[in-house]
Every structure is written in structure tokens, then in C-alpha cells.
Design a protein around this ligand. Sequence first.
Ligand SMILES: NC(=O)c1ccc[n+]([C@@H]2O[C@H](COP(=O)([O-])OP(=O)(O)OC[C@H]3O[C@@H](n4cnc5c(N)ncnc54)[C@H](O)[C@@H]3O)[C@@H](O)[C@H]2O)c1
Length: 340
Amino acid sequence: MPVQIIEATRDAFVTPALLASIGQWVPRLRHRKVAAGHWAHRSRPEAVARLIAEFADGAHAVRGPRRAFDGRLVVVTGAGSGIGLATARAFAAHGAEVVCADIDAGAAARAAGAIAEDLGGTGHAAQVDVSNINQMEDFSRNIIAQYGVPDIVVNNAGIVVAGAFFDHTVDDWRRTIDVNLWGVIHGCRLFGAAMVERGEGGHIVNVASLAAFAPSRLLPAYSTSKAAVKMLSDCLRAELAGHGIGVSVVCPGFVSTPIAGNATYVGADLREEAVRGLARRGYPAERVAAHILRAVHRNQAVVPVNLEGKIGYALSRISPGTMRMLARWSATIRNPGIGR
Ligand SMILES: NC(=O)c1ccc[n+]([C@@H]2O[C@H](COP(=O)([O-])OP(=O)(O)OC[C@H]3O[C@@H](n4cnc5c(N)ncnc54)[C@H](O)[C@@H]3O)[C@@H](O)[C@H]2O)c1
């Protein structure tokens, strides 16, 4: 017998903690949230009625055993490669319906196709340039019209321009900030507003980097964009908490993805060195994806990933002077530090 629970996130009597273990007794369980207090059916009648109607319509589709993200709609940007691809697959493997968005239409289509073929899940492909406000508005409108308001949005798409500050042109800066920061702002504004309006909570994950708190002579624009993403995420987390929407910022160190090959190098051409270095690091994107799923599950605020990510985060808080010293030193050992 499929069962649905509707959790009122601010209910002081039937608290979320009371509902947490129901899954062990009811294998075919659909668990939805409404940002409301105890009298949710009086304060948010449309939301409660909609959830009941959706459940009655689709109850046959609630099958056991239950997976962590069953019935959830997830949007991942930059899902055509690396961390985004691994994240889209991980959510699908845990039962979510996933929209794979990328500027590269072919890569997005391959990612969505593989979710259906390899995992028997539901994947949709979308082409969008996250830095373009018009494209992002169309994208979010189409996704909401076709599949509904996403429960989880992962703003992951990002680019690297590597080189010294004076080798960066204004265009290098503009492109980096447009994709890495504006892309995240657009994703948060458009999908976040829809989540608030729907009133059933949700989660936004922004992918920043160790570079958000580790200064570097080789990644001035990239690091600036990632530091801004981290602060944006902290601000938004405070603002959206009352709506039952979690915001996490994920900050990986070096991850072995194609990012170093996709990067732009200004001044010295460090491409080969960077590609080799990142491959040698041997930290797979799948492990970052696992951290992203856990961040949503546990509503974690800041998630440093891998050894250098965790050490960098700890040092930046305990001894920022050491981080500044390392930044000066990093260029002298010709470690390109791509993707940090
Ligand atoms: N790989 C690392 O070492 C590392 C470390 C820390 C943080 N990160 C961050 O993780 C995220 C993913 O990086 P990755 O290593 O998987 O890189 P990647 O190059 O393998 O993948 C990035 C994807 O984003 C897409 N993309 C680029 N610009 C886009 C745009 N304007 N609109 C939509 N899609 C766009 C690309 O087509 C590509 O599919 C980035 O934000 C990156 O800064 C990576």
C-alpha cells in the first residue's frame, strides 16, 4: 500500500524528527514537505491539496524499496562532463528524475541518454548557457512547465581561466564572472523563486572550489568568482531557511575531470602540465557527487571535499596568513593549481 506523508517543516508538535524513521515500516513511501507550521492544511491549503492530488494520481508509481531521492526532480548544470555528469548520474541512481543541462547540447543529450540506458532512470537533456539571462529565463520556464518545480538545483557549470593577473584581459574576467558567478546567481534567482512560491521546500547546491578560500597567483579571476559563490551561498542559506530550502556550497580541491583541458591559459601555456597534474591526482568526480548528495540529505552548509579541500578550509579559518604565504609560494613551484 503506497503511503504519503506531508511534513510541515515548522510543526512544533508533529516534528520532522518524529517522521524521520517511518521509511523502515512503510517501504512504498512518498515523503513531501510543506514550509508551514502545525496547521499546514489551513495556512497552505493549495499546497496540501496539490500534494494529495499528485499522490492519488501517481500512487501506483510509488514502488519499494525506497531510494533516497525517489520522486525528486533535480536540475544539474554543466551535466555534460566531470562533476556535473557524475552528480546527475548519482541522483538518478538514487531514484531522482534529472534534467541534464549544458552549453554543449550533445554532451547534455549523452548524459540524459546514459541515465535511461545504464541506470533505467529518467533523464532530460537541455541546452543552456548559464551566463545568459535570456536563455536561463527560457530554460527555467520550460523546465517548470514541462516537469514541475525542481526539488534540487545543482549550479555546477564552471570554467577556468589560468594565468597571472596582468595576463588576464577584461574579457577573460568578464567570461569567468559571467559563467562562474552570474550563472549561479541566475540559477538561484529563477529556480529559488519558484521553490519559494511552491512552498514545499527544496535544496540548492552551488559548486564553488577550494579556490574560494585559497588565494592563488595563477587563478585570480577564477578564485574571485568562487569566493563570491561561497558568500552568495551563505547569504542565501540564511534567507531561505525559513522557507524550508537548504543551500549548500561544495568546495572541492583537485578533481580528475577534463576541466584542465577545457581551461583557457593566458601568459604561459601550462595546459599539458595542468592536464597531467590533475590526472595524477586521481580523485574521481564520483566522490564529489557522493558529497553533493550527502550535503542535500544532511542540509550541510559548507562542504570542503578531499584532503587539500579540507586542509585548505581549516587553514583559511585558523591561519589565513599561512594561506597567503602558500599563495606566494605556489607560483614559484610552477604548480598551475588548475581547478582549485
Ligand atoms: N575539477 C576540479 O579540479 C574542480 C575543483 C573545484 C571545483 N571545480 C568546479 O566544479 C565545477 C565542474 O567542473 P568540472 O571539473 O566537472 O569541469 P568540466 O570542464 O569537466 O565540466 C564543466 C561542464 O560545464 C559546461 N559548461 C561550461 N560553461 C558553461 C555554460 N556557460 N553554461 C552551461 N554549461 C557550461 C561544460 O560544457 C562542461 O560540460 C566547476 O564549477 C568547477 O569550477 C572543479
